[in-house]
Design a protein around this ligand. Structure first.
Ligand code: ADP
Ligand code: G6P
Length: 472
């Protein structure tokens, strides 16, 4: 055990997915979602190993190197994908942690699979990590790993970061396995959340459910101190800057603008997920035409939706609903060659996304609940030109930092959403610049390197000693 990795990231997914192209040749492609966008640049800069799943069932692969990272694949059988990934992770925890915007499924065989797969990840980390090494476990799919890993390797320093919201006690209490999840997380030395409110929810639960002693956000458990802290995640500003400066990206911006005519361009970029409020934003946009506040040719909506969790029922229902909505709006207001909504159910590379951000006049980010939302920060990071406006839901973590520059909105309030879209569409260049400057200051100061550094240095050197015990 004297050899091994000093730094190990454990996440359900590897940063690359295995896909098979139209030519039948398998290749690696960047995995979807904010976790990979944030951790991949950090991992490229540090030497370490990333333990995760390739995204395909029943795939046994040897460790390999890709894009400057050491990758250690974990296999999942088709049944485990169904019960652990699509089931407990994405039909139970995902909706429960996002304000139950869809009903969570509670199923014992899903839970059993979650325990089994978490153990597999913990055993892999125990094998790969060097003595006294640092292991950073990511997200809701792996909440049991910290405790399992500590039992196997008490020498390790273990951090955990939750990329999604952590629910209030009143919701978490529903979970039949609530105690096991909390005890799992308490195996870590440091548990990181996006917002201070989530860290407070966690500490409150430890106190109420486990009767754990605590001081501020330090929980005393098993003769150890477990720190709960907020670390708002961010984007790789340097990477986006480089992309903005590329001539091929700038040419692509001109092409997109030329294709869309003179219309004002509204843009949505999301995984196709019911938490993202895509139907609400399309409804608001469609009603602006119904009301005559917008005329065809005056504005177009480009909605990019990456396919996501396609075998989970709620995702299938959402896809059907969005396709119907887009069909209705275009049927009503589109003309030959000029739809008013361009809906693209596909994933794009970073250069194309950057070009889209630069081509957009209004970026529309309207989740019903979102831990952070990196798309909002990516848009701001790209707009060096100080043009464009951001419509941002109050229910995103990003709103805490960007609220002064964004046009804030409650996505449940369709009339409010309509008037906010109009305000954002009509903002004068001077106002756009003032708002964008305010938001850019925050994003540039707090980029993803700073986030990773803050988390890892807190894990390596606890900032403050615990004070008075507030539970006594
Ligand atoms: P989530 O993690 O829930 O998917 P975030 O907004 O935090 O939401 O992160 C999404 C990440 O995925 C961003 O980095 C964004 O650029 C990327 N992304 C979203 N949609 C697409 C797409 N259609 N093609 C490529 N990347 C995408
Ligand atoms: C969010 C989650 C990640 C997840 C990603 C993509 O960002 O926080 O943990 O990896 O969505 O979802 P998927 O189910 O495709 O991994």
């Amino acid at each position: 055990m004297s050899r091994g990795s000093e730094f190990v990231v454990v996440a359900n997914r590897l940063p690359v997915d295995r896909t098979v192209g139209a030519d039948g040749v398998p290749r690696w492609r960047r995995s979807p979602g904010g976790l990979v966008s944030a951790i991949a640049p950090v991992m490229r800069r540090r030497k370490g190993t990333w333990i995760g799943w390739t995204g395909a069932p029943d795939e046994e692969l040897e460790p390999f190197e890709e894009d400057g990272m050491e990758l250690y694949p974990i296999a999942q059988s088709a049944r485990e994908v169904e019960l652990y990934y699509e089931g407990f992770s994405n039909a139970t925890l995902w909706p429960l942690y996002h304000d139950v915007v869809a009903p969570p499924v509670y199923d014992r065989s899903m839970w059993d699979a979650y325990v089994r797969v978490n153990r597999r990840f913990a055993e892999a980390a125990a094998k790969v990590a060097a003595r006294d090494g640092l292991v950073w476990v990511q997200d809701y799919q792996l909440q049991l790993v910290p405790r399992m890993l500590r039992e196997l390797r008490p020498d390790l320093r273990i951090g955990f970061f939750l990329h999604i919201p952590f629910p209030p006690l009143e919701l978490f209490w529903q979970l039949p396995w609530r105690r096991q999840i909390l005890e799992g997380l308490l195996g870590a030395d440091l548990v990181g959340f996006q917002l201070p409110g989530a860290a407070a929810n966690f500490v409150r639960l430890c106190r109420r459910l486990l009767e754990a002693r605590y001081v501020k956000q330090d929980v005393f458990w098993d003769d150890r101190v477990v720190r709960a802290r907020a670390f708002p995640i961010s984007v790789d500003v340097g990477e986006l800057n480089d992309l903005v400066g590329r001539s091929d990206v700038q040419e692509r911006v001109q092409e997109i603008r030329a294709d869309l005519g003179d219309a004002t361009v509204l843009l949505g970029v999301d995984r196709l997920d019911y938490t993202k409020g895509i139907t609400q934003r399309l409804q608001a946009f469609g009603e602006l035409f119904d009301d005559g506040r917008l005329k065809p040719g005056q504005a177009v909506f480009v909605q990019i939706a990456t396919p996501s969790r396609e075998r989970v029922e709620q995702y299938q229902l959402l896809r059907e609903e969005i396709e119907q909505q887009v069909g209705r709006i275009n049927g009503e207001y589109g003309e030959i060659g000029f739809p008013v909504v361009h809906y693209l159910h596909s994933s794009y590379d970073r250069a194309e996304l950057t070009a889209l951000y630069l081509a957009a006049d209004v970026m529309v980010v309207t989740p019903l609940r979102d831990g952070m939302n990196l798309v909002a920060k990516e848009y701001v990071a790209c707009r060096k030109d100080l043009r464009g406006t951001l419509v941002l839901s109050e229910f995103t973590g990003a709103a805490a930092e960007l609220k002064r520059g964004a046009f804030q909105v409650n996505p449940y309030d369709i009339d409010g959403l309509k008037s906010t879209l109009m305000d954002a569409l009509e903002a004068e260049p001077a106002e756009q610049a003032r708002r964008m400057r305010t938001m850019r200051r925050r994003v540039i100061e707090n980029d993803v390197d700073r986030w990773a550094h803050a988390f890892l240095s807190e894990l390596e050197n606890p900032a403050a000693r615990p004070g008075r015990d507030e539970s006594e």
